[in-house]
Design a binder for this molecule. Structure first.
Ligand SMILES: CC(C)(COP(=O)(O)OP(=O)(O)OC[C@H]1O[C@@H](n2cnc3c(N)ncnc32)[C@H](O)[C@@H]1OP(=O)(O)O)[C@@H](O)C(=O)NCCC(=O)NCCS
Length: 343
């Protein structure tokens, strides 16, 4: 049996959606209702309003009533109807814009979803408060005046994950947004320790109708770059072809939905990309490519890395991530396991 690469994120459709919070008992509809009483008992109980009490009056019974009472058969007991309070309609919704599953009607869930959805679509604000701390925590400006396909210009900044203060708080929110968007586990301390964050900032427009830039900026993309030691080469089309069947047997399947296989031999590789994210309204403008190029050229001081030569690796990529790695990496990007010991 071929060993499988430990999955990080990707092939999201194959997994159940991650709810924004555990579904609330008050609002959600569990598939099997817990019954406090066994069914046999409840069948004798009706949810119908109780029958009106018979009032005994001094008035003598009517003739017809007397006739019934005198009959041989005992009076039939009224048939009760079991009524159910139907909770069949599911309240767990998956937002088509941000893909988050949340409990509709639960105020906490709704508000979490609202905030997350805006961040996934438009990004996070990079305001004056963050900018004021830039010098204090060692934020570097890596590139400026980067022109996107839309014509708008942005810049790339870089810093280490141990920044505190406002930037640290912003980073926590950004990581959580990416984690939810990719349905991925949080990055471990060990990974963060050897990582750098690259953010793409665009000038914010004051509102949706006014396109004039304001003093503030928006974080529209993020690449996390991690120091690693080894990665595996992606299998070529020839490896996967029927004539390459023998090689195919020894390949490791990373993601069958995107037909991604790797050759098992670990190859020395200095840079890993455990997370890559661009807000949805800014995709296909070249932001991910700019961020990756910035990371490859500055991650190791004075030693620019070339993805085409296999010096950059991704963890298990999503479909869009695979498309980026193929185009940007010119076929040389490798695949690695996020948690690895550094020599
Ligand atoms: C994957 C992602 C980061 C790409 O960001 P991006 O800024 O749109 O990427 P780029 O504009 O630099 O794309 C470069 C090239 O990659 C390819 N590409 C990017 N996204 C693609 C997609 N969804 N489908 C097909 N090809 C795609 C294209 O060839 C593109 O060039 P083109 O636009 O000139 O055709 C972004 O779609 C995203 O954040 N997705 C959700 C999270 C995710 O899947 N992350 C990847 C984890 S590995």
């Amino acid at each position: 049996m071929t060993p499988r690469v430990k999955r990080t994120y990707g092939s999201r459709a194959a997994r159940p959606p991650i709810p924004s919070s555990p579904p609330s008992d008050l609002y959600s509809s569990p598939p099997t209702l817990k019954r406090k009483r066994p069914l046999a008992d409840s069948a004798t109980v009706s949810n119908a309003p109780p029958a009106k009490k018979q009032h005994h009056t001094a008035k003598p019974p009517a003739k017809s009533q007397l006739k019934t009472r005198k009959g041989k058969e005992p009076p039939k007991q009224k048939k009760f109807t079991q009524l159910h309070f139907s909770l069949d309609t599911t309240v767990l919704r998956t937002c088509p814009l941000c893909d988050l599953s949340y409990t509709k009607g639960a105020p906490d869930d709704e508000s979490l979803h609202k905030k997350h959805c805006v961040r996934v679509q438009r990004g996070l604000e990079w305001g004056k408060d963050e900018e004021r701390e830039v010098g204090k925590v060692g934020v570097e400006e890596i590139a400026t005046g980067l022109k996107l396909k839309s014509g708008v210009k942005g810049r790339i900044i870089c810093f280490r994950p141990d920044v505190g203060g406002k930037i640290g708080a912003k980073l926590t929110t950004l990581l959580e947004t990416i984690r939810l968007a990719l349905s991925s586990p949080p990055l471990s301390r060990a990974v963060l320790k050897h990582s750098k964050f690259y953010l793409f900032l665009l000038p914010s427009t004051s509102n949706s109708t006014n396109t004039a830039p304001s003093a503030r900026e928006t974080i529209v993309g993020c690449v996390i770059a991690q120091r690693i030691s080894t990665a595996m080469a992606v299998a070529s089309d020839a490896d996967l072809s029927p004539s390459g069947a023998r090689t195919h047997m020894s390949l490791i399947s990373v993601d069958t939905s995107t037909n991604l296989y790797v050759r098992p031999a670990p190859l020395p590789t200095p840079l890993g990309i455990p997370r890559l994210f661009v807000s949805s309204s800014h995709r296909r403008l070249g932001i991910a490519s700019h961020l990756l190029s910035a990371a490859a050229s500055t991650f190791i001081l004075g030693c620019p890395l070339d993805p085409a030569k296999g010096e950059v690796a991704f963890t298990q990529p999503t479909g869009a991530g695979k498309a980026v790695l193929e185009v940007w990496g010119k076929g040389g990007v490798r695949i690695y396991e996020e948690e690895q010991r550094l020599g």
